[in-house]
Write a protein that binds this ligand. Structure first.
Ligand code: CKU
Length: 605
């Protein structure tokens, strides 16, 4: 169980959340200076925005590629009014690991770069005074933490990361930081699950508190009218005439949870909730009993200048583009996104496959490439370091599900991306991960992992664990691209026929497909990398999807072009975007729009 509450920071009559975003002092730790005293304050005057990746601001390559510790510093006043509360610093993410100091004293640490953590400063803060906050963030990659990679040292003594994954190793304080005060006796966590039958709904709740008190709940509809109330930390709210949360037609109730005793209210916490039931029946994904065909994207948190820094502006643009193109869903490849994205998806009625940062669990320096071709098999999960990796992975699963379990938009968990799944060491590892997800999620959402092509019907040892199958396939790109595309189609159908013969009675979702395309290139007849070829690849891949009735979704790779490590395979990044990195359409966006606007929402059911 997590030692701190994962509830999103809010201001209520009993709680405060002060956002500390802005310009912070910044310094690379290049080993030239004695950094042992930097916890008390870092030297220099360089300032950097938080949140943002630090990499894309500077003009020299040594800074962009810097691998090791980077230091951040800011000053905060902890108000006198917080004195009777528990006080925390809450980091929405620090990539990949961080140590936090207040007034020179260590307050806490966390590993795992894409999920929030809190450090308590209750006993260390100087109330009513200025406090110095220093954060040491480390961005090295290894095989004991996710995502996996390695860190090498060049002959000039400089360190460098070698990710086993295909996105740039952006790092730093990439999401917001908050100063949070929570009452000593407070609401700690809420488990909610739904049963829906027509318009009749049962909301089962289980509220955990820190400290004793009486729990009560009030449910308000979108007009602010009270729809129900209940007492006690466990129970069921029955609604005869529930307004359901539907795909692209969201309805959000406000659930206000209150903890009180004879002296009055101790704590109150409001949550926006959507009443909806997700389940898989045969090859159908059902939302409130109605089948849905997923249309959408694998995405990245990635944009110019900010890197992987969270940007509300980019998020807003992305949602507008997804609505324009007729999408209804996306996968948070390859890590859980900023919490604001889920809040927005809840509001817009989008469906999310939420992915834990378990990518690169497949040994190869050009993993993404070998993965695409099926090369590079190894006993990845039979190493000395596997127990440590498993612990980090289990912890990330617990943090992600605890954080995201109450979002109506989240319909499934993607527990690994393209891992090595053919070796016998994979199954026991995967089993533990899948079991953990089921144990923690009160809604028991469907679970899966994204399978690369070498994890096929005859080779993968783990697909039976999945409630639905996620396939990442690049026939017509990594396999038989260009004029050989007709052979690619034959091979693709051959694989699909093998899956069909297995009769798994599970829905299949394509969680990746597509091909790289330069927005500058046009050519008639087409060549690979031209916009014309991207259209042709998609037409072929869609033809295959349409031929198999157990295929219940398509999420193209990728929503937009994104930054990767430099190399022969990547022209300043991965160019499989339907949109450019600046979020303008390539030709293929219009093809997808035509297709997705036409496909009925319950296609093939
Ligand atoms: C993508 C089998 C393909 C794996 N997939 C992972 C993703 O992160 C990469 O960007 C491949 C690619 O090669 O474009």
């Amino acid at each position: 169980m997590l030692e701190y509450s994962m509830l999103y920071p809010v201001n209520t009559p009993t709680r405060t959340a002060v956002c500390l975003d802005g310009m912070w002092k910044f310094r690379l730790d290049n080993g030239h200076d004695d950094s042992s005293r930097w916890a008390h304050g870092i030297p220099g005057h360089d300032m950097i925005p938080v949140p943002a990746s630090f990499q894309d601001f500077y003009t020299d390559k040594d800074t962009r590629e810097f691998t090791g510790d980077v230091w951040y510093e800011t000053e905060i006043i902890v108000p006198m009014s917080m004195k009777d509360s528990d006080v925390f610093l809450r980091f929405s993410a620090a990539t990949h690991r961080a140590e936090v100091f207040i007034n020179g004293e260590k307050a806490g640490e966390h590993e795992g770069g894409f999920l929030p953590f809190m450090v308590s400063i209750t006993d260390k803060a100087r109330y009513g005074e200025t406090n110095k906050i220093v954060v040491k963030v480390n961005n090295e990659l290894n095989e004991t933490n996710i995502p996996c990679g390695r860190t090498i040292t060049l002959s000039n003594g400089k360190k460098m990361t070698k990710p086993y994954f295909d996105f740039y190793n952006y790092s730093g304080l990439q999401r917001s930081v908050f100063l949070v005060s929570i009452p000593k006796r407070s609401i700690f966590d809420a488990d909610l699950s739904y049963k829906v039958n027509g318009n009749v709904a049962d909301i089962t709740y289980n509220i955990r508190t820190a400290g004793e008190g009486r729990v009560s709940l009030k449910l308000f509809d979108e007009n602010g009218e009270k729809a129900a109330e209940a007492e006690g930390c466990k129970g069921t709210i029955h609604l005869e005439d529930a307004h359901l949360w539907q795909v692209l037609d969201a309805y959000l109730y406000k659930l206000v949870i209150t903890l009180s005793d004879d002296s009055g209210i101790l704590d109150t916490y409001p949550m926006e909730i959507g009443i909806r039931e997700v389940c898989i029946q045969g090859t159908d994904i059902l939302i409130n009993g109605k089948p849905v065909y997923l249309k959408g994207f694998g995405k990245h948190e990635d944009s110019d200048i900010m890197g992987r820094g969270f940007s509300r502006a980019v998020m807003k643009r992305d949602f507008e583009l997804m609505k324009w193109i007729g999408a209804n869903s996306f996968r948070t490849s390859h890590y859980p996104y900023d919490e604001e994205t889920y809040i927005m998806a809840d509001r817009e009625g989008f469906l999310i496959i939420d992915e834990v940062p378990a990518v690169g669990l497949f040994e190869s320096l050009v993993n993404f490439l070998d993965a695409g071709t099926g090369k590079g098999a190894s006993s990845f999960f039979a190493k000395e370091t596997t127990p440590q990796l498993l612990n980090a992975h289990l912890k990330a699963v617990e943090e992600m599900i605890t954080r995201d379990k109450n979002h109506p938009s989240v319909i499934a968990w993607s527990l690994l991306n393209e891992p090595e799944s053919k070796d016998e060491s994979s199954l026991p590892y995967f089993t533990k991960i899948f079991r953990k997800a089921l144990e923690i999620d009160p809604q028991k959402r469907p679970r899966s992992f994204a399978m690369e092509v070498s994890s096929g019907p005859d080779t993968c040892r783990c697909y039976q664990l999945c409630d639905f199958i996620e396939l990442n396939r690049y026939y017509g790109w990594y396999i038989k691209g260009g004029y050989e595309i007709s052979d690619a189609e034959v091979m693709f159908r051959r694989e699909m026929d093998q899956w069909k013969a297995k009769n798994l009675s599970k829905p299949f979702i394509f969680t990746e497909y597509g091909g790289d395309t330069l927005s500058s290139e046009h050519k008639l007849p087409s060549v690979m990398w031209s916009q014309e070829y991207q259209d042709e690849v998609l037409e072929m891949q869609h033809r295959v999807f349409d031929a198999y009735d157990f295929v219940k979704g398509e999420q193209i790779w990728n929503f937009a072009d994104f930054q990767t490590t430099e190399g022969l395979m990547r022209v300043n990044g991965n160019k499989k975007g339907v949109f450019t990195r600046q979020r303008q359409p390539k030709d293929v966006a219009f093809l997808l729009r035509r297709r997705w606007k036409e496909l009925p929402s319950g296609y093939k059911s």
